[in-house]
Design a protein around this ligand. Structure first.
Ligand SMILES: C[S@@+](CC[C@H](N)C(=O)[O-])C[C@H]1O[C@@H](n2cnc3c(N)ncnc32)[C@H](O)[C@@H]1O
Length: 238
């Protein structure tokens, strides 16, 4: 699918310049028809991305979950998560201000009160906060080192027992990221779903009680991990 909003403008810039052209999209989630406004200059402005759809279907949000939707775009993941986390709380973040505005409007449009949208890069908008679930269709186009940095830092933003759930397809290097997580993540890594070339991966932070006396609480440092993995997988494309 084409994830570029225009010929010359990437979707992950702070202030898109492409002319605004709002339109309407809807999708069913848990029997409820959710309604969205989308626009040019944001990811998947033509409708729900198939990878995002697979991610949403497999999130397994619980009613009390505190959820982070990192890179929310126009908000499909965060809105769906908030519909499921009825007693929880959802934070949606994006670097793209137009995307953040749309996501905010889409929360209101779907009657969601326990969620908020923040603008910023990576984990900057959530500083020291921890979540039960970090859900993301990551911005693969920002490059492998930065995606690995996000994966590494996600660990520190998960509560014990919390889950990082991400989606990607073969051409985005999802098998590479799966192997990287299996090698570097200090907890179980599971493939939750596969379909149309996409995989949904879950990386769980162990509950504190399950760590042994010498057990590590963190993934190994990203820099060491990146070097180790890129050497052994040189030549693969993301
Ligand atoms: C692949 S899109 C997914 C959008 C939305 N979650 C969806 O599935 O339709 C990734 C999003 O991440 C945003 N983004 C790019 N770089 C980012 C960063 N460093 N931190 C947070 N968000 C970022 C982009 O603007 C984009 O909206």
């Amino acid at each position: 699918m084409d994830d570029r909003p225009g010929e010359s403008e990437p979707y992950w810039i702070e202030r898109p310049r492409s002319r605004s052209a709002p339109s309407e999209r809807r999708f069913l989630y848990r029997g409820e028809l959710l309604a969205f406004t989308v626009d040019a200059g944001v990811f998947s402005s033509h409708g729900l991305d198939p990878g995002t759809a697979l991610l949403i279907e497999n999130l397994g949000v619980r009613p009390d979950d505190r959820v982070l939707d990192l890179g929310c775009g126009w908000g499909p993941v965060g809105v769906a998560a908030a519909k499921a986390a009825t007693r929880g709380r959802v934070v949606l973040t994006d670097v793209n201000r137009r995307a953040a505005r749309l996501a905010r409007a889409n929360l209101a449009r779907n009657g969601i009160l326990q969620a908020e949208v923040r603008v910023g890069e990576d984990f900057a908008p959530v500083a020291a906060e921890r979540f039960d679930l970090i859900a993301t269709n990551p911005p693969y186009r920002i490059g492998r080192p930065r995606i690995l940095d996000i994966l590494t830092r996600a660990f520190d933003h998960l509560a014990p027992g919390g889950r990082l759930v991400l989606v990607g397809k073969g051409s985005q290097g999802i098998r590479y990221y799966q192997e990287w997580l299996e090698e570097h993540w200090a907890g179980p890594v599971t493939v939750l779903a596969r379909g149309s070339g996409y995989r949904v991966l879950e990386a769980r932070r162990p509950a504190a009680a399950t760590l042994g006396a010498g057990g590590t609480e963190r993934p190994r440092p990203a820099r060491a991990g990146v070097g180790a993995v890129s050497r052994s997988t040189a030549g693969r494309s993301a």
